[in-house]
Design a protein around this ligand. Structure first.
Ligand code: CP
Length: 356
């Protein structure tokens, strides 16, 4: 059985809901039967290129493990080893690089974030340019706008922890995929202080996928830290069509009331890029000047026995206290594990996998 779904995965919002459901179903099955014979060789000897402009722990490790577990191979690439054309130096064009890569590999992942672009949106343009020139699927491994692999792993973790009666479960006992499991549950996505000056991609993807699966979405941030208005428009549209509520608040406390999932995360302000570069030092200074936005036990006590989620790496002490991040309601390691299962499903589905 061929399980090919779509060519590229740049943002989950661009996939049909039915295709996301099929992908998630497969990811849950792959988690339950991780080394089952069924999946061991579905990408036998195929190559996945991982093109990293920025560092990574989870994304690189989980994609390498995913490729191995499906019988494929992943290759680590960096721009410094590729002699690419940039605004400052001569070199190979994206068209040439993409058309050569497709001759070797069955899939191409790209990560480009934060200081590796000069203005918001440039990373997204780069991924779409690779997608335009190559016939192999282009998968975002996190870029300035979206992080679809993270969004899918988040959703899996929240379903595992909140499935059925809403009682907390251990994510290790992987639940069966239920597309309605999160309907009516409340996600609080809250800005937090921190020194990492992060791109908006994980926050965007969390709000998009939560609203797509019927969650109520509350976004909390100080003035000046708005997410992309186009993405917010899509989140509102998802909430409307799935029957969820949507709100934005500008204080660090009120959003916790009744939340089932709390996602605290630092992200950069709308002024972060100027004169063609990221003003990181200014951004960090500005973020630390805003006091009182750390997720803590007192705030979590206002939730409906809510779980704490984060894509990691965590800026502990700034984004969240140790007590919450390492507490009994923290699903962070299950979500991190789910990167592997989600990406196995993505690779199988987009790189021409076959199931018996
Ligand atoms: N969450 C995530 O993408 O982690 P890495 O940056 O370590 O890959």
């Amino acid at each position: 059985m061929e399980i090919l779904l779509e060519k590229d995965l740049i943002c989950t919002q661009e996939w049909e809901k039915d295709d996301l459901d099929r992908l998630l179903e497969l990811a849950f099955q792959m988690k339950q039967d991780r080394f089952g014979k069924k999946y061991l060789n579905i990408l036998h000897r195929k190559q996945f290129f991982m093109f990293f402009y920025n560092p990574s722990v989870r994304t690189r490790q989980s994609f390498e493990a995913a490729a191995t577990e499906l019988g494929a191979h992943s290759q680590f690439l960096e721009p410094k080893s590729m002699r690419l054309k940039t605004s400052k130096s001569a070199g190979e064009t994206v068209e040439d690089a993409a058309k050569v890569m497709e001759r070797y590999a069955a899939g191409l992942g790209i990560r480009i974030l934060e200081d590796k672009i000069g203005a918001y949106g440039e990373g997204d343009e780069l991924l779409r340019e690779y997608a335009r020139w190559s016939r192999i699927p282009v998968i975002s491994m996190a870029h300035d706008k979206f992080h679809p692999c993270q969004g899918l792993a988040d959703l899996m973790g929240w379903i595992e922890w909140l499935a059925s009666s809403g009682k907390l479960k251990t994510g290790r006992l992987a639940a069966k995929f239920d597309p309605g499991a999160l309907k009516g549950k409340k996600l609080l996505l809250t800005w937090a202080s921190g020194a990492l000056c992060r791109s908006l991609c994980s926050a965007h993807e969390a709000a998009l996928i939560a609203s797509r699966y019927g969650m109520d979405v509350t976004i909390a941030h100080p003035e000046g830290y708005n997410l992309d208005p186009k993405v917010i428009g899509e989140v509102k549209m998802n909430c409307k069509s799935e029957g969820g509520n949507f709100e934005v608040v500008h204080d660090p406390d009120s959003g916790y009331e009744g939340a089932h999932v709390v996602y605290s995360r630092n992200w950069m302000s709308t002024e972060a890029y100027r004169d063609g570069e990221l003003k990181k030092a200014e951004e960090v200074e500005k973020a630390f000047a805003i006091k009182g936005w750390t997720c803590n036990a007192e705030r979590m006590a206002k939730t409906d026995n809510g779980i704490f989620t984060h894509p990691m790496p965590i800026d502990r002490g700034s984004e969240v206290t140790d007590e919450v991040a390492s507490g009994p309601n923290s699903c962070i390691y299950d979500v991190a594990e789910n990167r592997l299962h989600a990406q196995k499903a993505i690779m199988a589905a987009t790189m021409g996998g076959f199931l018996d």
